[in-house]
Design a protein around this ligand. Structure first.
Ligand code: NAD
Length: 348
């Protein structure tokens, strides 16, 4: 398995392979860039088909965290970790405690948090062996569920996109398709519905679709058809990598703005969207609300301060759109360039 020459390596500062035979822990911690501060990023527990896929995922996610922290003006770098396994079958408290010991060895260079396949309870186990963990719900100053703030930030990013594209201050009457009704997607649907958007939704979980239909008057679409839905705005809130050569040609929307990480399979797909006249809201800017929230964790945690910080997503998004327009660039490329200036990436 190549690491330094991996496509997604992109100047990572450090990659740690963790193996604990006693608990069966097999994990990778990737630290992309710490120029702005310690690398903060969640711990994903996932049954990767092979180790190369796990490495690729952790490198891509870790890099994204560097850009996300820079664009949210946080004094943090980018990192991420993955534990290889089936979270439902393989995860044990002992394994999470063992994982915490590896984080402790990094002396604060990496701070972990919840991600897909891990819970606030798991963060509590990790906390038994290291202080370098956030997203603890049950401690004084714990910041609780980050998805509420991610949902709020995505809603603001959608409002900024609508302002830029249509000159409108409200989503009222706009047709919005939401892919994925999980923690963030359902929160978003509630906000959009309250403002009078016409919603089309999908999820592989039919109960979630039924809930959104009855509670928020959303029309149901199949997971296969959602990307081709004729709409003003598509909000991908399921998994990443959904926008690629085959799917982009099917799109019938004017804006793509949603929560999923790494929505574009390749950065060139941002240009493909631009060529079609589709405005793309860079994912790591619009979905930064949850990250912003955990950085306020501690004895002086204040929900109002978090909200004030998340509010900035609206203006940041407008600035990115204007810069991209002026420079005749795809929004994701213009955004990458702004972020790179902020963390002084030493491109080779
Ligand atoms: P989640 O696991 O709660 O929800 C994801 C939903 O997508 C689930 O309901 C799942 O059934 C559905 N889904 C999966 N594949 C699908 C498909 N092919 N078609 C339709 N639906 C599908 O996750 P979440 O916390 O809501 O996060 C959503 C996305 O936002 C993820 O990509 C995540 O990485 C990203 N994100 C989340 C946060 C956060 O605070 N939770 C922060 C930043 C980014």
């Amino acid at each position: 398995m190549a690491t330094f020459s991996a496509t997604d390596f992109d100047n990572h500062e450090q990659v740690v392979f963790c193996n604990d035979a006693k608990t069966g822990l097999k994990a990778i911690i990737a630290i992309h860039n710490t120029h702005r501060g310690p690398a903060l990023g969640g711990c994903r527990f996932w049954a990767y088909p092979n180790e190369d896929e796990a490495l690729k995922d952790v490198l891509r996610l870790s890099r994204g965290m560097t850009y996300k922290a820079a664009m949210a003006q946080l004094n943090l770098g980018g990192g991420k970790s993955v534990i290889i396994g089936d979270a439902k079958k393989d995860k044990t408290p002992e394994m999470m405690i063992a994982f915490g010991k590896y984080i402790e060895h990094l002396n604060g260079l990496y701070i972990t948090a919840e991600d897909v396949g891990t819970t606030t309870q798991d963060m509590g186990f990790i906390r038994q062996s290291t202080h370098h963990v956030v997203g603890l719900a049950d401690t004084p100053g714990g910041s609780g569920d980050p998805s509420i703030f991610t949902g709020y930030g995505v809603y603001l990013g959608i409002k900024a996109s609508v302002k830029h594209k249509f000159g409108e201050d409200s989503v009222k009457g706009l047709r919005i398709a939401v892919q994925g009704l999980g923690h963030v997607g359902m929160n978003l649907v509630e906000r959009l519905s309250a403002e009078g958007a016409e919603l089309v939704v999908t999820d592989i979980n039919q109960d979630s679709v039924a809930y959104a239909s009855s509670k928020f008057n959303a029309k149901a679409a199949s997971p296969d058809s959602i990307l081709a839905t004729d709409c003003d705005l598509l909000a991908p809130c399921a998994l990443g990598g959904g926008l690629h050569d085959q799917t982009i040609e099917k799109l019938r929307c004017k804006i793509v703005a949603g929560a999923a990480n790494n929505q574009l399979a390749h950065p060139d797909h941002g240009e493909a969207l631009r060529q079609l006249g589709i405005l793309y809201a860079p994912d790591y800017v619009i979905n930064a609300g949850g990250l912003i929230n955990v950085t306020y964790e501690g004895p002086s945690y204040s929900r109002d301060k978090v909200i004030n910080h998340v509010d900035k997503i609206y203006t940041t998004m407008l600035e990115i759109f204007e810069t991209a327009n002026k420079q005749n660039l795809a929004t994701n490329i213009a955004c990458d360039q702004i972020a790179e200036q902020r963390f002084h990436l030493n491109k080779q």
